[in-house]
Design a protein around this ligand. Structure first.
Ligand code: THU
Length: 141
């Protein structure tokens, strides 16, 4: 069940995801997605999906936004918002959940929105429980 917590994401996060969605390159699926992230400095980074004629080579909006965050000097993700025109809230795909896991914490909020408003709120750990991350790479003592 999708849950909407009483707290809301910053308006700038929704606005950035919606603006990014307008730039989506999605000629094959016709499913435009925008994603926006907040980094540890409070900066917002956005991305859209970028599809490819070789279908599996397409990029999700979240992956593009993560690239923007890293390029912009961010090292942590403190909030995520994904916007798409869908009757059901769109959450990051499995691969993107893992990509986000690298930079986000268990309690990092992951918001879903349609083309106008927020429709769901999850946490990263709720979407990706018992996840694998950089900590697991540490050798045993
Ligand atoms: N897509 C995203 O960009 N993010 C998501 O969270 C879900 C799916 C894209 C991938 C593909 O370009 C299109 O949406 C349809 O799956």
């Amino acid at each position: 069940m999708d849950t909407l917590a009483p707290d809301a994401p910053p308006a700038a996060l929704l606005a950035a995801a919606l603006a990014a969605r307008e730039r989506a390159y999605a000629p094959y699926s016709r499913f435009a997605v925008g994603a926006a992230l907040i980094d540890e400095h409070g900066r917002v980074h956005a991305g859209c999906n970028v599809e490819n004629a070789a279908y599996p080579e397409g990029l999700c909006a979240e992956a593009v936004a993560l690239g923007q965050l890293v390029l912009g000097g961010g090292t942590r993700v403190t909030a995520v918002l994904v916007a798409a025109d869908s009757a059901r809230p769109v959450t990051p795909c499995g691969g993107c959940r893992q990509k986000l896991r690298e930079f986000a914490g268990d309690e990092t909020p992951v918001w879903s929105a349609d083309t106008r408003r927020v429709t769901a709120r999850h946490t990263l750990a709720g979407l990706l429980p018992a996840s694998f991350g950089p900590e697991q790479l540490a050798p045993p003592r």
